[in-house]
Design a protein around this ligand. Structure first.
Ligand code: TGC
Ligand code: FAD
Length: 390
């Protein structure tokens, strides 16, 4: 059974509105009921549990902040963050599916698409009838997406798309793919590619030790004819995909707190119950140091995420502020997972507990959406004014 108790050491609940708490609690209950019982098995089998798609839609995880007129939940940025926190408390792979659908598929269609594209895709993406993926990374261009070689040519009544994307979450089962590709002038645009278009395939990437409950794959475009009405016209250049990443990275800053909370809560309860040398290990200084540092780091991360949410609600958060929170909170979570696993001793390596799954998942989370190094370099560039990427 899932007895998760969320830590709130600084009474951060008092900073939340009733709506935030209702949304958060609904997501929490859903995760307890629908995700916790099946997620370990899905991860062991390396299968995305498609049975939860309807539930994700119901808790507002697909397009939390997309207006209701397009099927979204019409919530604010803090509600969005809290939903991501609760889902990632269950599993980072499930949160990945929600992040991609919301921030990397619905957001660009909403922001950069035409009214026809919004009406055609957004309601179906919000309900989970359509699932989406986002293709930016290529085999030779990960941290540096501006070097991408995927390209399209204007053939009069359609575009001809060629190239390949790698490491794409949801790719193996996605109905639609948001694909970033260069035109004949080398300018980046977003295209909506649909499953079934001739020459488009999505082979699955196997043998991952991380995000096993999330399906990852490639996107291969071999002379794919894309109708002209599938280009999103309202923004081009690298700033278009990076704008989507801002929204997803913000969600990850909250999501990582969920994974950390679950590890902390598990370790705390285990330490109080586990007796060695005739006393609970929670009564030893070494384990208290681990647990006390965990709750301190979680509390700092919660405050950072909440403040960033307020800034996003006011439209004032900068990309660099988002990078700092993504980087800090994911590192916080991965460190807590590693420490929490040790608190459980040998039991920590088994699937009886969620900690090792979180720990392995977080190895992807610290790499995707901009690596830990790249986010540090973004902060460095922001405070010095000098980019150090090259
Ligand atoms: P740079 O010259 O700095 O910028 C190019 C243009 O983009 C603008 N810009 C942004 N716009 C919006 N949001 C941001 N965060 C932005 N950052 C930059 C910038 O102002 C400029 O605009 P303009 O109008 O002047 O052209 O570009 P650069 O080539 O030097 O690259 C900068 C760098 C390294 C920070 C960027 O390439 C980067 O962030 N790289 C990391 C790549 C990355 O994060 N990939 C993620 C792939 S998707 C994914 O991992 C999904 S995981 C699944 C899940 O979410 O669960
Ligand atoms: P590289 O860019 O080759 O980096 C390798 C190492 O070099 C890293 O440690 C990096 O920090 C370091 N490095 C790179 N540049 C510098 C520099 N200038 N200075 C110092 N160090 C540097 N992408 C998508 O587009 N869509 C998705 O849905 C998606 N889902 C993913 C799911 C999973 C499970 C994973 C693992 C990845 C996913 N990605 C996705 C790709 C992800 O965004 C990339 O893996 C990430 O951006 C890093 O690119 P890379 O793997 O090519 O590493």
């Amino acid at each position: 059974t899932d007895n998760f108790q969320a830590p709130d050491y600084y009474n951060i609940d008092e900073l939340l509105t009733d709506e935030h708490k209702i949304v958060r609690d609904a997501a929490r209950e859903w995760v307890k009921r629908e995700v916790s019982p099946i997620i370990e098995d899905a991860a062991q089998k390396a299968e995305f549990p498609k049975s939860i798609i309807g539930g994700l839609a119901e808790i507002g995880a697909f397009g939390p902040y997309i207006p209701e007129k397009y099927g979204g939940a019409g919530l604010d940025q803090i509600s969005y963050g809290l939903i991501m926190q609760e889902i990632e408390r269950g599993d980072s792979g499930v949160r990945s599916t929600a992040s991609v659908q919301s921030s990397l598929v619905m957001y660009p269609i909403y922001k950069y698409g035409t009214e026809e594209q919004r009406k055609k895709y957004l309601p179906k993406l919000a309900s989970g009838e359509f699932m989406g993926c986002f293709g930016l990374t290529e085999p030779d261009h990960g941290s540096n997406p501006s070097g991408m070689t995927t390209n399209f040519k204007d053939k009069g009544d359609h575009y001809l798309l060629n190239g390949a994307k790698m490491w794409i979450s949801n790719a193996p089962f996605a109905d639609v793919a948001i694909v970033w590709a260069k035109d004949e002038n080398g300018r980046i645009h977003g295209l909506i590619v649909e499953r079934g278009m001739e020459g488009f395939s999505t082979p699955e990437t196997h043998n991952k030790w991380s995000l096993r409950a999330s399906a990852t794959g490639e996107l291969i475009f071999d002379n794919v004819k894309v109708p002209k009405e599938n280009l999103m016209p309202n923004k081009s250049g690298l700033g278009a995909p990076l704008g989507c990443l801002d929204s997803a990275r913000y969600g990850i800053a909250w999501g990582a707190i969920g994974a950390a909370m679950d590890c902390y809560d598990t370790a705390l309860r285990y330490a109080k119950e586990r007796v060695q040398f005739d006393k609970p290990i929670a009564g030893t200084q070494l384990q208290q140091k681990k647990l006390a540092e965990m709750i301190t780091e979680i509390t700092k991360a919660q405050l950072m995420a909440w403040r960033l949410g307020v800034l996003r609600n006011e439209g004032k958060a900068t990309s660099a502020q988002i990078s700092m929170a993504k980087r800090n909170n994911v590192e916080m979570a991965i460190n807590i997972a590693r420490e929490a696993r040790q608190v459980l001793g040998g039991m920590g390596i088994t699937g009886e507990y969620s900690i090792m799954r979180h720990m392995m998942n977080l190895e992807s989370v610290i790499t995707y959406e901009g690596t830990h190094d790249i986010h540090l370099l973004i902060t460095g560039m922001d405070i010095t004014g000098i980019p150090a990427f090259q």
